[in-house]
Design a protein. Structure first.
Length: 495
């Protein structure tokens, strides 16, 4: 009962995050480029075998912790009549069963919240949490038994046995941390040798007009040059991100539907640079690019290139419309990206809802529709006269020659709010997962702001008020309990 109350209180306090998250779950990307084993886990046979071989707690060392976990489990099960000994088992066993994953439970996993998005491999964290408690039970039981003996040799023997059993853990962890320290020291030396060049490069980028920075792709299975482009031991993209620069990559971000599409970026096609507003390229000496990627400066063994783009906005057409579930989005988006439609600036509208009205083509039919679509560019769409961006907004002044859609090259979310000439306007989701606003001919001032729902602020305030209320209730629990006992029965009898 107390656990249920605690769970409900945690849900209430964190509802400002949980409620919007579940409301917008269809826009949360379950990356198809992540190793499937992370989504599905290993299955019961592999997990159980790994447990008894020591792979879950003592990989590649003497199974000290595994022995203690199993011993603690035996102690808890032998004392099951005492509720306190059931706690470690109640934590360890369910997490172990969940860690078996989809190969064991199949469609039953669909009963879990977020079942389609969760990485079941991460349930090993719960297994480890329960294992830590079982280790404590095993050590505690041995120590209590030894100190209950009158002969002091028993406690000494128990302490010695514990130290001997745990010695391989201490030795291995000490060696691991020592190797890490040596590696970090070597990396600092390598990075110090390049600090002057890298800092000068990043400083120049901060002074240039806004645009995204590209430092190579990072898909681990494709052998992209970005995976080997380091300053010391740190990715150049990491350094650019740490400086607050807008970068084009999904290395650290797989949560928007657009993120997987980035792996289809083609360095030989100008329209891809323009599509993602890749205005700057950082690359190692010797990396080759097309002629439209212009060398701007040299910084030691690093090169800074510049590409002419239309900026964060563009005027596009949207004659096609696709709908479907998010799991089917990537193949459709990849088909569009590899076609001639990006060059023609034709961006189909998208609905992440298989039952959407006005979206007659499903994602699985999209490749055929794209292959048959008109690919010739439309003349006189208009011009983006100026643009500005901030921490949560983009604005533009545009001159539109005919009815068009203004494309913002940023991931779509329903919390984007658009105003056109000061009046509210609807937003669209366009290929490859960007934001769009329909415009009529003429000159317009367009503002796109990311604004969380008012519901989030309400839930946050309620959660903040609930925290001190819980503290007061705990402090005055006897008074509150007495108050309820005096009034609740009285009201019942009066009814």
């Amino acid at each position: 009962k107390r656990l249920l109350v605690l769970f409900l209180l945690v849900v209430a306090v964190t509802s400002y995050f949980l409620v919007p998250f579940f409301l917008d779950l269809r826009y949360f990307n379950s990356s198809g480029l992540i190793d499937p084993i992370l989504y599905d886990s290993h299955g019961a046979s592999v997990v159980i075998k790994g447990l008894f071989q020591g792979d879950l707690f003592d990989f590649d060392r003497f199974p000290s912790l595994t022995i203690l976990v199993l011993a603690g489990l035996v102690v808890c099960l032998s004392r099951w009549r005492q509720p306190i000994y059931l706690v470690p088992v109640v934590i360890f066993a369910p997490w172990l069963l969940l860690f078996f994953g989809r190969p064991t439970w199949g469609s039953l996993t669909n009963l879990l919240p977020l079942s389609g998005d969760i990485l079941m491999f991460r349930f090993i964290g719960g297994v480890h949490l329960g294992g830590i408690l079982l280790i404590g039970v095993a050590l505690g039981a041995a120590w209590r038994w030894s100190v209950s003996r009158t002969n002091m040799l028993y406690p000494a023997a128990a302490a010695t046995a514990a130290l001997v059993l745990l010695l391989p853990v201490f030795v291995e962890r000490s060696s691991y941390l020592g190797e890490n320290a040596d590696s970090a020291k070597g990396c600092r030396g390598l990075e110090a040798a390049e600090d002057q060049d890298v800092n000068a490069l990043l400083e120049e980028l901060r002074t240039l007009p806004e645009g995204r920075v590209y430092t190579g792709k990072y898909h681990y299975e494709l052998g992209n040059w970005g995976l080997e482009y380091l300053a010391g031991c740190t990715f150049l993209q990491t350094m650019a991100l740490n400086q607050g620069l807008d970068t084009m990559s999904s290395l650290y971000h797989r949560y928007s539907l657009t993120s997987d599409v980035l792996d289809g970026f083609d360095e030989s096609r100008w329209e891809h640079y323009n599509l993602f507003n890749v205005r700057y390229v950082i690359a190692p000496e010797g990396q080759r690019f097309p002629e439209f990627v212009n060398l701007r400066n040299r910084f030691g063994q690093h090169r800074l290139y510049e590409v002419e783009t239309t900026g964060y906005f563009d005027l596009v057409g949207s004659e096609l419309a696709f709908a479907g579930e998010k799991d089917d989005f990537l193949p459709a988006a990849a088909s569009w990206l590899s076609s001639g439609l990006p060059n023609a600036k034709r961006h189909p509208a998208i609905s992440i809802d298989k039952t959407s009205r006005g979206f007659p083509v499903s994602f699985d039919q999209a490749p055929d529709a794209i292959a048959q679509a008109e690919r010739s560019p439309v003349e006189d769409r208009g011009t983006v006269l100026s643009e500005e961006s901030g921490s949560n907004f983009y604005s533009a002044e545009v001159s539109v020659g005919q009815e068009n859609v203004l494309l913002l090259k940023a991931s779509y979310h329903p919390n984007w709010r658009a105003t056109v000439d000061g009046r509210d306007a609807d937003t669209l989701m366009l290929m490859p997962g960007f934001v769009g606003v329909e415009l009529s001919p003429g000159e317009h001032q367009v503002l796109l702001e990311y604004k969380p729902r008012p519901l989030r602020a309400v839930l946050l305030v309620l959660g903040l008020l609930l925290l001190p209320a819980i503290a007061v209730a705990e402090w005055k629990r006897e008074v509150i309990a007495t108050w309820f006992r005096q009034r609740v029965p009285g009201r019942s009898s009066a009814g």
